[in-house]
Design a protein around this ligand. Structure first.
Ligand code: CXF
Ligand code: ZN
Length: 372
């Protein structure tokens, strides 16, 4: 049975998103139809709009959706109609990365997330009978309804059912990325220094996770004082403005170097500066997107002699289901108060929400799509 829906269509940087009627395909056995309650907006959506990523346009974006399951295919076991679910990225489940529970590095990431269709090339969405690019991250949640998959939905545990779905939506990308970078990728140890550059959603999630891990000191660096204030409230013990000799201040505070540095900016000079201040056995985690031809320079003796690690991180090495539930538990315990980052907008204010995110006024915009 096909489904009539409304979706925000992205036609590129010079066009506003427009909400239009679309139709969703019949469900395959491993698919679920989700009525979207809310969806976060992430920088990756805007990178696609700006044609910095190889996703075909026009397209329906959105990859931080949360909603209620309306129907499930015959092989779905993870959720049933009526269940509340959070959606995340999709993966094949069988490649060498998926086998070791590292699905963010799925060998088949592109066809499962960015091709605009199902991995077999079939469309999930149509407009006036014509194929529409969608199925972004296996969801395309800038819509009233979404076709999702067994492997990219997380059922909200029953004891968390009182938490509003509109709050839980951003767990599926930005929050799990920052928290996972600290707790899973870098495996931050208690009592050691952590520096986080960039106090957006990913950076502040990393700071909150640093506090959970017991890192000390926890140093936030950003160019906006309002974000530094928020970082301080949510776990940073120190917060330095990048315009004001932040590196010098970090060196003075941590004369033995920093054990963990996490860059969310993707700026080569920032990354190279962070490498310089790593301690022995220090880890430098990189999550920021750089220009496709960006190169890094670092000293080999220092890397080798100090036993240092530079690691690229995707999605915080999240194994979607378990880690999102773990983050919900921290939130319930008051240790991961990510609601402080969110500003809500109605679905038809999508362009205003994007503008507020791009101006830096809002950290994490969330669109309210349907009533819960
Ligand atoms: C993604 C990258 C790949 C794994 C999940 C998260 N980032 C999205 O913005
Ligand atoms: Zn994202």
């Amino acid at each position: 049975m096909t489904t009539q829906a409304k979706a925000a269509i992205c036609r590129g940087h010079d066009h506003p998103f427009t909400i239009e009627n679309v139709e969703l395909d019949d469900l395959r056995p491993d698919e679920l139809l989700v009525r979207i309650v809310a969806t976060g907006i992430c920088h990756t959506d805007l990178a696609v709009r700006d044609e910095q990523l190889p996703v075909p346009l026009p397209v329906v974006l959105g990859h931080e959706g949360a909603g209620i399951v309306e129907r499930v295919g015959s092989a779905v076991t993870r959720a049933k109609p009526g269940d509340k679910v959070i959606m995340s990225f999709n993966s094949c489940g069988t490649c060498p990365s998926c086998e070791i529970k590292a699905p963010t590095y799925c060998y088949n990431f592109f066809p499962y997330n960015w091709s605009g269709t199902r991995p077999d090339g079939s469309p999930v969405m149509f407009q006036s009978g014509e194929k529409m690019n969608a199925h972004f991250f296996g969801q395309s949640s800038f819509a009233t309804h979404s076709i999702a998959h067994e492997l990219n939905v997380v059922r909200v545990p029953d004891d968390a059912a009182d938490l509003p779905l509109e709050r839980l939506a951003p767990l599926g990308c930005g929050l799990m990325t920052g928290a996972g970078a600290v707790l899973r990728s870098m495996e931050v140890r208690a009592g050691l220094p952590l520096v986080v550059v960039g106090a957006g959603t990913v950076g502040i999630a990393a700071i909150m996770a640093g506090k959970i891990a017991g890192a000390n000191p926890i140093i936030a660096v950003d160019m906006h004082d309002s974000r530094l204030d928020l970082a301080r409230e949510l776990g940073a013990t120190h917060a330095f403005n990048a315009r004001d000799d932040a590196m010098g201040k970090i060196k003075a505070l941590c004369p033995l170097g920093v054990a963990y540095a996490f860059d969310t900016t993707g700026i080569s000079s920032v990354i190279e500066g962070l490498f310089e201040i790593l301690s022995s056995k220090g880890k430098l985690g990189l999550v920021g997107a750089s220009a496709p031809d960006a190169m890094l320079e670092f000293n080999e003796s220092s890397l080798m002699g100090g036993g240092k690690t530079i690691m690229g991180i995707l999605g915080g090495d999240s194994d979607v289901n378990d880690f999102i539930v773990e983050l919900i538990r921290y939130h319930q315990d008051g240790r991961f108060p990510f609601d402080r980052l969110i500003s809500y907008f109605e679905f038809d204010q999508i362009n205003e929400a994007i503008a507020a995110s791009e101006s830096g006024e809002v950290v994490k915009p969330v669109l309210r799509v349907n009533a819960a």
